[in-house]
Design a protein around this ligand. Structure first.
Ligand code: HQG
Length: 180
């Protein structure tokens, strides 16, 4: 199994389904490192060195250790209800959301909703949003009027790996970019 595949499996465990290896996350999303290693090592080649390499090289810096490396958590992206102590921050004027064409009708009616995750995920640049959108088929990009939202009381958070998060984006703050 490649490091990327193992990292995907870690995402599943640390964001969505810790029960697949019989572990739990605490209220702040931390998993015990020894238990994580034991759980993954039952079916895959896995140890502390591999775990440290994944955390260090992950292309989106998805994971953090605590100070003594006894605990690990995903920085964002959870569907399980944990509080990863996100930093509330004033957003830039605009943020970006990439999605698939198949969701556009629904988004244009309901706005952006978190769906299975705890938050709507937004990118600070359009290029990243295009990459995210491509995960869902033909990409469609929305420009989000985030500063205006913040001025009107919506809260924004920025994860330690630079992903912007908010609970919802009503239609009136969305501008569809049609050039794709
Ligand atoms: C869509 C990846 C219908 C939403 C990425 C998205 C990101 C709606 C899909 C992170 C809707 C959910 C998150 C509505 C939103 N009706 N569809 N009202 N509102 N949607 O995967 O944002 O590699 O849960 O547009 O890079 O695509 O996993 O969210 O298309 O940062 O670390 O519902 O996951 O990072 O899809 O991706 P997702 P996402 P990782």
């Amino acid at each position: 199994m490649s490091l990327t595949e193992t990292s995907r499996y870690m995402s599943l465990i640390l964001r969505h389904k810790p029960e697949v290896i019989g572990i739990t996350l605490d209220e702040h999303g931390w998993a015990d490192v020894n238990k994580l290693i034991e759980g993954i090592a039952k079916t895959k080649m896995f140890n502390m060195n591999i775990l440290e390499e994944i955390v260090r090289t992950d292309n989106k810096q998805r994971y953090s250790f605590n100070a003594d490396k006894t605990k690990i958590r995903a920085n964002q992206g959870h569907s399980v209800p944990v509080d990863v102590e996100l930093e509330q921050k004033i957003p830039p004027d605009y943020l970006w959301h990439g999605t698939g064409q198949k969701y556009v009708l629904s988004i244009d009616k309901q706005g952006l909703l978190p769906q299975s995750r705890l938050y709507v995920h937004l990118s600070s640049d359009e290029k990243t949003a295009i990459t995210v959108g491509c995960r869902h088929g033909i990409p469609v990009i929305y420009k989000v009027h985030s500063r205006e939202m913040a001025e009107q009381g919506y809260e924004f958070y920025c994860s330690v790996n630079g992903v912007w998060l908010t609970k919802e984006v009503p239609v009136k703050y969305l501008e569809k970019i049609k050039k794709y």
